[in-house]
Design a protein around this ligand. Sequence first.
Ligand code: ADP
Ligand code: MG
Length: 252
Amino acid sequence: MPIIGVINQKGGVGKTTSAINLAAALAEHRQVLLVDLDPQANASSGLGVNIAEKTVYDVLVGTTPARQAIFTSPEHNLKILPASADLASAAIELDATTENMRLLSKALIGVRPNFDLIILDAPPSIGALTLNALAAADHLLIPLQTEYYALEGIASMMDTVDRIQASVNPDLQILGIVLTMFDSRTRLSQEVEENVRKHFGKQVFGTVIPRNVRLAEAPSYGQAIFQYAPRSHGAAAYRRLAEEVLERVSQA
Ligand code: ADP
Ligand code: MG
């Protein structure tokens, strides 16, 4: 029952879009839990969970067991552990002690057997919440926006990953890097893809996520792309990515 963290400390690179739609694509064949670790709660609202009585905040501070904060989503086989704005205070209250970094990992132990895969949507920073995601994950999926500054900040993030591997989570592996918001009409997108593939080789998924307005629209309807626009390029791309993810997870 692998846990996949969708992580990049940069904002706006496609983490939440990837977490939602990858989770939904995987849920076509598997039992999947999506954990929203971002106080902005975009993964929760993007799946139509707007007001939740219990959230991942209550789970992290230990007042609620995870199973009591898990909601059904409109997608078949996809459950969600939602976030809310009060998660921001958890990010501040929790010092980066080893004990605090293990809160999520420990909280998920009880529910892991109920799912084939757990996807974590991390916030855009390396704070307590992202550290909890790194400590809980078996695999990391790193979305890179196909733009000139795509690689900015990646070196420092890889350093953080190294530190986590050397301390709280020796089993942590990078499952792959996925290029997002690729615009086939621009040379820049092609150059960035070439550059990233040269730099990271086989770590880069073959599937590239195109810039597709349907992917940006779907969350406002509380739907993953497969309900909102099943025939879109975005839907096809996330289905292919899900296949690659399953292949890589099974080989790990
Ligand atoms: P992050 O979670 O890394 O901050 P998001 O997934 O929220 O990034 O994406 C940032 C913005 O870009 C959002 O408005 C989202 O709808 C949009 N977006 C993400 N991926 C795509 C895509 N492939 N095509 C078009 N818009 C996208
Ligand atoms: Mg996000």
